[in-house]
Design a protein around this ligand. Structure first.
Ligand code: CDP
Length: 244
């Protein structure tokens, strides 16, 4: 939260945001299931200007073996940003931020995946951020769920994710990069709509208790919209024209 609001109009007098959206309007979201021939499952997502590719491999043997668990399977997640994915070239070495986001996404996916069905094995999720514009962890989590389903990994539900937030003292849905940098709060939410369970919630910024409740409500409604698009992506691949 950069507090640079004074120099930037994040919400105009007609309630329109810096990219032309209404307060409760998500960015354009396009999800495609499949696409990577060498992966067991894959997905590609465009979430506004975010472009992210996910490949899933497994369940497969764990190397080194001592990392495996005799009682359950393990999920390993790598979130990686291409150096060219952001305006100022990112150092190709893994950053603390990428390590943290990998962990956050892994923990948000774990409640959804029936790892107990695959003792001693690992399911690997590789996330490649090709272009970033705020909200990559939500877009990546959304695509990773579709890629896991595409790989045929048994799941309790898919996790759909989107951020709620606050700009100009107003709660908004789906925070873009400018709003993240100059706005007042950013709250990424991951939610399993069929099970009605939240698996990811973070908050950067300050909210009143009322704003907090509104963000959760708006975020969960947003996740339901994202969920419909996840199901559509899988339907299109498995029951559609079959060209992916
Ligand atoms: O992407 P997300 O909102 O989940 O994570 P963040 O750490 O809050 O980053 C917000 C945005 O900052 C990213 O989506 C990128 O657009 C941008 N960013 C960047 O420009 N350079 C970086 N090295 C990292 C992030």
């Amino acid at each position: 939260m950069g507090g640079r609001e004074a120099t930037m109009v994040l919400l105009d007098e007609n309630g329109i945001r810096c990219d032309g959206r209404k307060v409760d309007e998500p960015r354009r979201i396009m999800i495609r299931a499949g696409g990577l021939k060498n992966a067991d499952g894959s997905a590609y997502i465009e979430f506004g200007d975010n472009k992210i590719l996910v490949g899933v491999f497994g369940p497969r043997d764990v190397h080194p073996k001592h990392m495996s668990d005799t009682d359950t399977g393990i999920l390993r997640v790598r979130y990686h940003m291409e150096p060219f994915s952001v305006g100022e070239r990112k150092n190709p070495a893994p950053s603390r931020r990428e390590i943290e986001i990998s962990k956050v996404i892994k923990e948000a996916l774990e409640p959804a995946v029936m790892l107990e069905k695959f003792p001693r094995t690992a399911v690997d999720v590789f996330i490649e951020v090709l272009q970033a514009d705020g909200g990559t962890r939500c877009a990546a989590l959304t695509a990773a769920s579709v890629a896991l389903a595409d790989a045929g990994i048994p799941m309790r539900d898919m996790v759909a994710a989107i951020a709620a937030g606050k700009v100009a003292d107003t709660v908004i849905l789906d925070v873009n990069n400018e709003e993240d940098q100059a706005g007042q709060a950013d709250m990424p939410i991951g939610y399993m709509p069929s099970l009605e369970k939240v698996t990811l919630m973070q908050l950067d910024g300050v909210l009143t208790p009322e704003e907090y409740k509104k963000c959760v409500e708006v975020g969960i409604e947003g996740c339901k919209l994202v969920y419909d698009l996840q199901k559509k992506a899988l339907n299109d691949k498995y029951f559609g024209n079959g060209d992916n």
